[in-house]
Design a protein around this ligand. Structure first.
Ligand SMILES: Cc1cc2nc3c(=O)[nH]c(=O)nc-3n(C[C@H](O)[C@H](O)[C@H](O)COP(=O)(O)OP(=O)(O)OC[C@H]3O[C@@H](n4cnc5c(N)ncnc54)[C@H](O)[C@@H]3O)c2cc1C
Length: 307
């Protein structure tokens, strides 16, 4: 029987592990299919406080994990595939084994949707990004492409005009899903060029390990051409990693955990941390802060129950 199991080893899960380990709760962290979480996909992180020169994402998240291990947190390679949260102790199936826990912190993140272009994954962190707040600063005076037709694509495109010489917004349809106000704002921005009815077939250049351009295709005519860009931002949404908890815990229509304030969920003893609940900020520092909140809530919950 565990005091606390933490699902996910990104910034949120690892920070929750530091706090619960230092509270002597001997947390078990289930690392998941992506140990280190989304920061393990990126290169330089310049906005995490405490690193004036910036720090590589994988190193940052590895350091948080080491800090947690230093205080006694244990890590399990594996993925939660099923959960029974109907009664306590909560039960989690990690690969083939069922584990029991008094409290649960779900920090399983939300994965960006990608276009699945042949070179896209190879260039993530080298010009391909899913986060304008994170990476926009690297493209001062450069040409940027944003892909998407919803509010987040408009928001990212607008934000990126602070840095870019021009932003091309590509969308496969002629109609945009974005709200009128967001669309109008983007349309009024002289730095944003709209390219509707167009899809991206691939992004270049893996040989140089940086983005130099994209191959575009007009949907109606099938005409293809190359366009020079240096930053390629995919803004077609995120998928919260809540599949094993579906039907067990309250989720919103998109699958994000619904908060009951602080780090609380609709089930007492089950807490959320990081991007799995946060569709707004989605930053390493906010995820780490949420991990801290969840850990303190779990600790107080256990204390109130006499553990
Ligand atoms: C390319 C890129 C660059 C970024 N750059 C920055 C930046 O410069 N600055 C910044 O502040 N933020 C940046 N971000 C955002 C930041 O990475 C996220 O906000 C942060 O990682 C969220 O942390 P998290 O712990 O909530 O989730 P994640 O980092 O997504 O971690 C989720 C964890 O849950 C695990 N998991 C998922 N499902 C299961 C399961 N069923 N069982 C067990 N484990 C599971 C995964 O393996 C993973 O370890 C960037 C993101 C990307 C994609």
């Amino acid at each position: 029987m565990h005091n606390v199991i933490i699902v996910g080893s990104g910034c949120a899960g690892n920070t929750a592990a530091i706090y619960t380990a230092r509270a002597n709760l001997k947390p078990l962290v289930v690392a998941g299919h992506e140990p280190g979480g989304q920061l393990s996909l990126t290169t330089l992180v310049e906005n995490f406080p405490g690193f004036p020169e910036g720090i590589d994402g994988p190193l940052l998240v590895e350091n948080i994990r080491k800090q947690a291990e230093h205080f006694g947190a244990e890590y399990l390679h594996g993925t939660v595939i099923e959960a029974d949260l109907s009664k306590r102790p909560f039960r989690l199936k990690v690969d083939h084994e069922w584990l029991e826990t008094r409290t649960l912190i779900i920090a399983s993140g939300a994965s960006a949707r990608w276009l699945n272009l042949p070179n896209e994954q190879k260039l993530i962190g080298h010009g391909v990004s899913s986060c304008a707040t994170c990476d926009g600063f690297f493209y001062r005076g450069k040409k940027i492409m944003v892909v998407g037709g919803g509010d987040s694509a408009m928001e990212e495109a607008n934000f990126l005009t602070r840095f870019a010489s021009e932003v091309t917004l590509t969308h496969r349809r002629h109609q945009f899903r974005a709200s009128k106000i967001m669309l109008d704002r983007a349309r009024a921005n002289p730095k944003i060029k709209f390219l509707p009815g167009t899809v991206v077939d691939d992004v270049y250049d893996t040989a140089k390990n940086e983005v130099t351009g994209v191959k575009l295709r007009e949907v109606d005519s099938g005409k293809t051409w190359d366009q020079e860009v240096h930053g390629f931002f995919v803004a077609i949404g995120h998928i919260p990693n809540t599949k094993p908890f579906k039907g067990q815990i309250e989720l919103d229509p998109d699958g994000y955990i619904v908060t009951r304030g602080g780090a609380r969920t609709n089930i007492e003893g089950v807490f959320h941390a990081g991007d799995v609940q946060d569709r707004v900020y989605r930053q390493a520092i906010t995820a780490a802060g949420a991990g801290c909140m969840a850990a303190i809530e779990a600790e107080r919950f256990l204390e109130a129950e006499g553990h």
